[in-house]
Design a binder for this molecule. Structure first.
Ligand code: ADP
Ligand code: MG
Length: 399
């Protein structure tokens, strides 16, 4: 009756839930709580089934030691508000505070452990270090639910090793995310259009490689586009450029021509002479993509490109979008991202937004999340899935 995802009766059991609560913070203020909200249903379901829920998660990239600014304490508080119940917070992950907090839980209660990455064992490359830390985590509880889609591509103690030590199940969020990923890879409805942006090409090489064989069109914007423009012989001024990827990118352009995949690059670009920063007033200037001045850098796709991208998306039945089209954090460079987001809301079919910054961008720009087919909580994980890689945090659940 109070079975959760095949775990059996969880009533009265201490269940460790690996969630992805890695939200952007400004000081201690959460600027986008999307991942916390996405984590609520699984926690709610377990608590309603009478489990004593112990949430383990990370925030930021502390290097295996305590860094106060990465404390999960404000996140635990926000989780409590969203759950509508008190959430206990343990000031360590597997120490005395954690043990006391877990011991104090009644059926249906929820606790959050302090940032798992304050412990060097979490991300250690040494199997035995991770295993030892995982054993400490496992010692706190009776069962494990993997629900942090944003981390399932990581072979880390709270994602991978701990699942080998406890009865385990896939959480509802991970299972919903995987369903969408399957729809994107197993016979997607055509036309299938992929939009890629964000800062670095090198982050997205694998996915471009794999999608060149699957998508009908590939639209490219963001910081990575300048390596594409440069690869075609254009001058890109001070724009983000990965010289060492130029040959690879030329290879993609050739392959796309051979396989009939249309790569759409911006025809115009919004430039400025400096990267936007604090007090400096931005001076956005639209230039044709082949006339980027030497003293300027591209910070967004231009309005004609926004229209062209929207037109390319208008007939699509499947869309995957990862990576903002520009430095959307600054209003002057957010219009390209807005144009793409708007076009996605109008897609007749499956539209998926993947990537932490892309998801934050659609919310920050005021779009209704319900207007998209799916907003993924996992950027890296969804990219690795689309690259065709095996995700260790999923594989371990199948064993
Ligand atoms: P996601 O998290 O959605 O996968 P990325 O992390 O790859 O996206 O990239 C997001 C970042 O890319 C944003 O912070 C944005 O400001 C930056 N970005 C977008 N366009 C540019 C550009 N032209 N130059 C520099 N940075 C850019
Ligand atoms: Mg990002």
């Amino acid at each position: 009756m109070s079975d959760y995802a095949g775990l059996g009766d969880v009533a009265g059991k201490r269940v460790l839930v690996r969630s992805d609560l890695n939200v952007p913070l400004d000081g201690t203020e959460i600027t986008d709580d999307g991942r916390i909200r996405a984590s609520v249903p699984t926690i709610r379901a377990l608590a309603d089934a009478g489990a004593r829920v112990v949430v383990v998660a990370h925030l930021g990239r502390p290097k295996g030691a305590v860094e106060e600014r990465y404390s999960l304490s404000p996140v635990a508080e926000r989780l409590g508000e969203l759950l509508g119940q008190e959430v206990a917070f343990a000031t360590d992950t597997v120490g005395e505070a954690a043990r006391a907090t877990v011991a104090g839980l009644a059926d249906g209660d929820v606790a959050v452990l302090e940032n798992v990455r304050f412990n060097p064992g979490e991300t250690s490359k040494l199997d035995e270090e991770r295993a030892a830390f995982a054993a400490d985590l496992a010692g706190l509880v009776d069962a494990f639910v993997s629900d942090g889609f944003g981390v399932v591509h990581r072979k880390q103690a709270s994602v991978y090793d701990v699942a080998q030590l406890l009865p385990h199940a896939m959480g509802g969020l991970v299972s919903a995310e995987l369903d969408v990923m399957r729809r994107l890879t197993e016979s997607p409805e055509r036309p299938y259009v992929v939009v890629l942006g964000g800062s670095k090409v090198s982050d997205k090489l694998g996915v471009i490689d794999n999608l060149l064989g699957k998508a009908d069109k590939l639209l490219i914007g963001g910081g990575m586009v300048f390596t594409f423009l440069r690869a075609q012989g254009l001058e890109v001024g001070k724009s983000l450029l990965e010289e060492d990827q130029l040959d690879t990118v030329r290879g993609y352009l050739d392959r796309a021509r051979e396989t009939g995949v249309e790569i759409v690059l911006p025809v115009d670009v919004v430039v400025d002479t400096e990267f936007p920063s604090g007090d400096r007033e931005p001076h956005p200037t639209v230039v044709p993509a082949d006339q980027i001045p030497a003293d300027s850098l591209g910070l967004d796709i231009g309005p004609a490109s926004g229209e062209a991208f929207a037109a390319a998306l208008s007939g699509a039945h499947t869309v995957f979008w990862n990576g903002p089209m520009g430095v959307f954090e600054v209003a002057a460079f957010a219009e390209g991202t807005r144009a793409v987001a708007q076009a996605l809301t109008e897609v007749d079919g499956l539209s998926v937004v993947g990537g932490g910054d892309s998801a934050a961008a659609v919310r920050a720009l005021g779009f209704d999340e319900a207007a998209f087919g799916h907003i993924s909580t996992g950027g890296g994980a969804s990219l690795e899935y689309l690259e065709g890689k095996e995700l260790p945090g999923i594989k371990v659940l199948e064993d």
